[in-house]
Design a protein around this ligand. Structure first.
Ligand SMILES: [Fe+2]
Ligand SMILES: [Fe+2]
Length: 207
């Protein structure tokens, strides 16, 4: 807003408030709501997926290609957790000092090992977890677009990878369940957990 002067309520030397919060509030971001969403999404990344994908991966033995893709999604979800947590604190929020409360407040259902733990059941669970992640990060993009470029940039990077994860699991489930070819358009990462968007490697100019 070039003509409009920002409201400046943070006083000189005041460390109890943040200009980084004030400027996005001035543009209409409900910061308390945003912090709540980010904590719920962090819970989904760390607890609902990263933790439970570890167990799901163990049960894909005999399907080494599926196992590797599951590992890729698992490590990228951990990267999403790592990326977003500092932003919660920058905005003046904090993680619950209780892991159970954090888990219970997650924005997506826990990806618990299905019964029976067949490849089709595990892939279906992975697919639906990724779909929840897409919806959750899209919602963060929606409330920050044009107002909070820093959170928007992080959420959009994560969203890029969640959309790829959905495509991976559609491809694998299509084959495993129906012997149907539904290409994801992607090939394996260089190493599992590459996270080309959220770890910023695509833009990294060093070696
Ligand atoms: Fe994720
Ligand atoms: Fe994911």
């Amino acid at each position: 807003m070039p003509e409009q002067q920002d409201k400046m309520t943070v006083k000189h030397g005041d460390i109890s408030q943040r200009v980084g919060v004030e400027v996005i509030q001035n543009r209409g971001v409900d910061v308390a709501k945003l912090i709540k969403m980010l904590i719920a999404n962090a819970g989904a990344e760390f607890a609902s997926t990263y933790y439970y994908y570890t167990i799901l991966r163990m049960h894909l033995a005999g399907h080494e290609d599926y196992k590797e893709i599951c590992e890729d999604a698992r490590l990228e979800d951990r990267a999403h957790w790592e990326l977003i947590v500092p932003r919660i604190y920058e905005l003046g929020g904090e993680l619950p000092n209780d892991l159970k409360a954090f888990h219970d407040g997650a924005g997506c259902a826990a990806a618990k090992l299905p019964d029976p733990p067949t490849a089709v059941n595990i892939l279906t669970l992975l697919l639906e977890s990724e779909r929840c992640a897409i919806r959750s990060w899209q919602a963060v993009c929606d409330i920050t677009f044009g107002k909070d470029p820093r959170t928007y940039d992080m959420a959009a990077r994560i969203l890029n990878e969640e959309i790829e994860h959905e495509a991976w699991f559609i491809e694998l489930l299509g084959w495993e369940r129906d012997k149907k070819s539904i290409p994801s358009g992607h090939f394996r990462r260089g190493e599992p957990g590459e996270a080309p968007y959220s770890k910023n490697r695509a833009f990294y100019i060093g070696s």
